[in-house]
Design a protein around this ligand. Structure first.
Ligand SMILES: C[S@@+](CC[C@H](N)C(=O)[O-])C[C@H]1O[C@@H](n2cnc3c(N)ncnc32)[C@H](O)[C@@H]1O
Length: 415
């Protein structure tokens, strides 16, 4: 097994990356036994300016495109390869792959991220097709039946009702234009909302403000026009396969063999990806897209969720470090350590382990897997995720391990 770990010495930035090779001859350009250090850009996007399609959704945990290209450029990939990201988020891996003409597949369970990822990949659309669809969304032209459906779901403002009815109209279209336009509806909703203040910075409490339908249509049309110009720049690579599927990585059964996996699973830090975009996700789920499910049901399925479902029992396949962590939490004197936190961590380890096994099955024999992971803390106790991922991967049959460290200057080095 070969895995690569990255650790940042700054307390606020404990980032660990794990690269796992499944075969000794894996074709990856990180010298595992050398003392030479190489610098690669930081994984997280927040330190990087987002531009072009990458700026379409401000995703808290998104990769930086520089990091993804830097990794992809070290792998020998071409138009016949497949890159897989089982936690695609807002699609950075897939967008960068497509721009390098490398086919890719992603999975994502958060509706707003799934829609945004596919919108960013809709490079086949042309302006005239979009303009035609846009005309149908003019409030004066919206089909009566959509307004009637919207009335069943009355929102707090006319603009919200309009966006809901426009959403129904968009769902009648097919292909990449659906996600492209829905992502813009979501963005319009965001722009016509107020709030955002909350005790949890990753859980903004947005509410639609009072606005007219024609105001929403004007905002919508303006975003369409900006985004059409942006996707036109990518036309040359439009035919390269890149899709993000709406799927739960935990039970996913890959029917392909990937050359490389580049991904970052949710960490054990209680970040609620669904509530991070509560307003936008409520809008999409009310439309029944991509699923008809309640917000709570969806939250229960996410990896790292704070909601407890069926609590699994410990498995020796998870390795010794996870066992120590679980024992530490069990005897921890803090309130609810055993009755609540222990259950969330058990659930997290179980789901993470299933995904690592699934990733193993998705890879070709000489495939490479690179995971970006971050340790977290339960009170004063470190949960060393890199070590846990490494042990789970070893038990799942991955081979070779090597290390990558992120240096204090914020860049990433490997040795
Ligand atoms: C660290 S983020 C990945 C961000 C991504 N690298 C990017 O550039 O946007 C982890 C993602 O896993 C998703 N996720 C959580 N549970 C999942 C599950 N069971 N199946 C698929 N995706 C899931 C979250 O919604 C989140 O988008």
């Amino acid at each position: 097994m070969n895995s690569t770990l990255v650790q940042v010495p700054h307390a606020s930035e404990i980032v660990v990356k794990t690269e796992i090779r499944v075969k000794d001859n894996a074709n990856f350009d990180f010298p595992s036994q050398s003392s030479a250090f190489r610098t690669i850009p930081q994984a997280k996007s927040s330190r990087h300016r987002l531009d072009g399609v990458h700026a379409w959704l401000p995703y808290y945990a998104g990769f930086s495109s520089d990091f993804v290209s830097s990794i992809l450029n070290r792998l020998s990939l071409d138009a016949s390869s497949i890159v897989f990201d089982p936690f695609a988020g807002c699609g950075t891996t897939n967008v960068v792959c497509k721009s390098l003409s490398v086919p890719s597949i992603g999975l994502e369970l958060n509706p707003v991220a799934y829609v945004a990822a596919n919108a960013k990949l809709a490079w086949d659309l042309d302006r005239s097709e979009i303009v035609q669809e846009l005309k149908k969304l003019n409030p004066t032209k919206l089909e009566a039946r959509n307004w009637i459906q919207a009335q069943d779901q009355r929102g707090p403002s006319e603009a919200f009702d309009y966006l809901f009815s426009a959403g129904h109209e968009i769902l009648q279209s097919h292909g990449s234009i659906r996600c492209f336009l829905l992502a813009i509806a979501v963005e319009t909703l965001r722009k016509l909302s107020v709030g955002g203040e909350s005790t949890n910075p990753t859980w903004p409490k947005l509410e639609p403000k009072s606005a007219k339908a024609k105001t929403a249509y004007r905002v919508f049309s303006k975003i369409v026009s900006e985004r059409v110009t942006q996707i036109e720049k990518h036309r040359a690579n439009a035919s390269c396969r890149a899709e993000v599927l709406y799927a739960d990585a935990v039970g996913f059964d890959p029917d392909f063999k990937a050359d490389a996996v580049l991904t970052s699973p949710p960490y054990l830090n209680r970040l609620d990806y669904v509530m991070n975009f509560a307003l936008e996700n409520s809008y999409l789920l009310k439309l029944g897209f991509p699923v008809a499910m309640s917000i709570d049901e969806l939250r229960g399925k996410m990896i790292g969720t704070v909601k407890i479902g069926d609590v699994p029992s410990t498995s020796s396949e998870w390795g010794g470090t996870s066992k120590e962590v679980l024992e530490g939490i069990k005897i921890h004197p803090s309130r609810a350590a055993e009755t609540y936190y222990l259950k969330t961590v058990l659930q997290y380890f179980d789901r993470l382990h299933k995904c690592i096994c699934m990733v193993g099955r998705s890879l070709k024999n000489d495939g490479v897997c690179l995971m970006v992971v971050r340790s977290s803390y339960f009170k004063d106790m470190e949960v060393p995720l890199a070590l846990i991922v490494e042990e789970m991967a070893a038990n799942a049959g991955f081979k070779e391990i090597s290390l990558v460290r992120e240096d204090g200057s914020g860049s990433t080095t490997s040795h």
